[in-house]
Write a protein that binds this ligand. Structure first.
Ligand code: HEC
Ligand code: HEC
Length: 270
């Protein structure tokens, strides 16, 4: 009980950051899923497909209906969404994310992004027509219902967490290390993990380090000694490794139950 209160007693500023908003996914949005499905199903197929894609790739954080939570990033109140024209503002946020602010880049195709954009515009029209539901009214408590045993099974089974983690190794005592909200944030999308890059120059010289900067034309790394190196991309061979690739992929796979169960399991690792 105490722990549930702890979860719910989060300050807005904290919620805006990182994966904490994922918590809201489970806590606030479950009952809303499909609630208005019939009405909301838009005339346009694109917006309809966008709804499914959004629920899969963005719903964790922004809520399946993009209303966020009472304290999470509500995209219906976003100037970016409101002023978007055909994705000109939304698409860059999806592709680049907001590193450091809790939004990872979300790897989607142009057409998937276009569908999400169509969905968000549709949602905006709808939400302008009626006042958005107040997530506080949802019955929060009944939703914190993770099953630790099922979470453990997922950890060793289809979640494949045990490929990289061990409850008696790196995750030992994880529930003591983080508050519940931080733990949820960390396991969904661990923060502060940099991509690494291996660079081979045309003369065959090799460099390795953390990825410091990257665009279509240039790449820069910081090596172990702390030196920066940069090259025109066309002149070097680049291999980039994202230690969190598995976590990003998992985001698309979790069901709400998986998230609650895993969380309940991780909470037992004290
Ligand atoms: C891991 C959680 C997470 C996921 C997944 C996520 N977002 Fe976000 N998103 C955030 C956070 C946190 C912010 C606020 C960042 C900030 O403070 O600048 C944000 C900001 C945004 C904004 C800008 C809002 C504004 O007005 O500044 C848009 C648009 C957006 N997200 C759309 C999406 C879409 C579309 C998806 C799915 C393709 C998505 N997000 C997936 C967490 C997430
Ligand atoms: C392919 C490897 C891989 C898989 C699979 C994977 N993770 Fe991770 N995980 C990482 C890496 C890398 C980090 C960041 C570095 C670190 O903190 O260990 C991380 C970080 C974490 C953290 C934060 C640890 C800390 O001390 O801050 C938690 C919790 C976590 N993962 C849980 C999970 C769970 C639960 C699953 C399965 C659903 C999972 N991971 C699947 C690689 C993986």
């Amino acid at each position: 009980m105490l722990f549930m209160l702890d979860l719910l007693d989060v300050r807005p500023s904290e919620l805006m950051r990182g994966w904490r908003c994922a918590l809201l996914f489970g806590l606030l949005l479950l009952p809303g899923l499909g609630l208005h499905a019939e009405q909301d199903v838009s005339a346009s197929d694109s917006a309809r497909r966008g709804r499914t894609q959004f629920a899969q790739s963005c719903g964790f954080c922004h809520g399946a209906d993009a209303n966020g939570g009472s304290e999470g990033p509500n995209l219906m109140r976003s100037a970016i969404v409101r002023h978007d024209e055909n994705g000109n503002r939304i698409a860059p946020v999806i592709r680049d994310g907001r590193p450091g602010k809790g939004m990872p880049p979300v790897p989607l195709s142009d057409s998937q992004i276009a569908e999400i954009v169509a969905f968000l515009h549709r949602r905006l029209e709808e939400s302008d027509l009626r006042s958005p539901a107040n997530p506080r009214e949802y019955d929060l408590k009944t939703l914190v219902t993770g099953d630790a045993a099922a979470g453990k099974a997922f950890f060793y089974g289809s979640g494949e967490c045990s490929k990289c983690h061990s409850p008696s190794g790196d995750l030992a005592g994880i529930a003591k290390k983080y508050t519940p909200t931080d733990l949820q944030a960390q396991f969904l999308y661990p923060s502060d993990v940099k991509k690494t890059a291996n660079i081979t120059t045309s003369s065959g010289e090799r460099f390795a380090g953390t990825l410091f900067y990257e665009d279509a034309f240039n790449i820069a790394i910081k090596d172990e000694a702390g030196w920066y190196h940069s090259w025109p991309r066309s002149e070097v061979k680049v291999e980039i490794r994202d230690p969190l690739a598995a976590h990003l992929e998992l985001l698309h796979k979790y069901s709400e139950a998986d998230v609650h169960n895993l969380f309940a399991y991780l909470e037992t690792l004290k």
